[in-house]
Design a protein around this ligand. Sequence first.
Ligand SMILES: Cc1cc2nc3c(=O)[nH]c(=O)nc-3n(C[C@H](O)[C@H](O)[C@H](O)COP(=O)(O)OP(=O)(O)OC[C@H]3O[C@@H](n4cnc5c(N)ncnc54)[C@H](O)[C@@H]3O)c2cc1C
Length: 446
Amino acid sequence: MSELPAGRHFFRDDVGYEEARAATVWNARTPQRCPDVVVQATETADVVATVRYAQRHGLKIGVRSGGHSWAGNHVRDGGVLLDVSRLDGCAIDASSRTAVVGPGMGGSVLAGRLAAQDLFFPAGHCQGVCIGGYLLQGGYGWNSRVLGPACESVLGLDVVTADGQCLHIDRDNHADLYWAARGAGPGFFAVVTAFHLELYPRPPVCGSSLYVYPIELADEIYPWARSISADVDRRVELQIVASRAVPGAGLDTPGIVMASPVFADSEAEAAAALSLLETCPARERALVAVPYAPADLDTWYAGVMSNYPSGYRYATDNMWTSASADDLMPGIARILETMPPHPAHFLWLNWGPSPQRQDMAYSLEDDIYLALYGVWRDAADDGEYAGWARTNMAQMEHLQTGVQLADENLGERPAPFASPEAMARLDRVRADYDPDGRFHSWMGRP
Ligand SMILES: Cc1cc2nc3c(=O)[nH]c(=O)nc-3n(C[C@H](O)[C@H](O)[C@H](O)COP(=O)(O)OP(=O)(O)OC[C@H]3O[C@@H](n4cnc5c(N)ncnc54)[C@H](O)[C@@H]3O)c2cc1C
């Protein structure tokens, strides 16, 4: 007897092991790493039993919620891989504007349920990403420039600690662990079984602008985007995506898409908030120009997901920066020149300047976020495309403040993701709550 949940654990020689292991990773590039046993929890008691099992047998633990870690962080050699994707309950209390949500709940599913009650949460921009990994790392979602990284809306968490205890943690209970849970990301050292969330009223108006430019105009577009970055209304998410084709706009040559969601109290306010984007010096040469149109979550998700098809192989890397356009442009030119075919893409996200954040492990961000998504279908192309994101970011490393854990590639390119003070405190809190190192840490750290 293994004391693990009956019928829901798979040792390496068991039928179903490989299926259970591979199912924990959304990226078609499933890591070659093999845990000793994969456990699928369906309730908190399974989590407690698994943690105690690992403790008794001296095994390390990796935890998976939605499996959207690009690097498959939770899949390590040896130890236990604990899959909590089935902990996906959701209780919404509209009167107190709070919800208790399991880590296996998809962010887009949560957003849909809230919208039905005229409520809102800064859930991620993509379908499939679950709130477990998303909230631990920060969480850059709808209207996050106003509401903050989503972890600022985590009021408390239910966790199982390294010694198998069930705790509720918040600002008054185990405050250190609560501090760590909002930003430790894939290095968190307990299992989250539920998040207690603060909700918001649904913004009366959601809309967006859309511009598509030929990629030859990059030398005008990015310096302009940098020059207006501090003035972009915080209700506007200015995202600039470059790729070798824009099928949605009927473009089979390289293009730059500027799709910017906006949240406001009225259509007039929304259009006014977006009007700065009309000042692009290349505006008259836009292939598509829609200064404002109403939109809804379903339309947005469909648009975003066209860049992230499932069944493809992904390799990502990223950086935060406040560098000038002059300093950034040589690196951007290299990114565009070396970019693999669509749907590989380069994202420029206008984020800062940010307000003072809560006191939490999440402690590093900057004005501009650059992320590279290598996307291809055939394993035979791994050698050609898998290094594109990392190599280009490494060449621009002198311009980076640090990286986001959302698109982390720490195993291949360790880089700062929290302030030095936060890193030191994370180490101290880990030593208190996980003295034996039961939970895997980040795959790399600076
Ligand atoms: C297509 C796609 C789109 C994305 N879009 C966005 C976006 O718009 N905004 C954004 O901020 N991020 C985005 N991301 C990044 C995403 O938020 C992170 O990869 C996040 O970690 C995924 O959460 P998950 O639960 O699905 O993944 P998982 O792979 O299950 O979790 C990631 C890591 O978090 C830890 N973890 C997960 N669950 C638990 C738990 N219950 N207890 C303890 N530790 C746990 C583990 O270390 C795990 O390896 C996107 C990723 C993809 C693949």
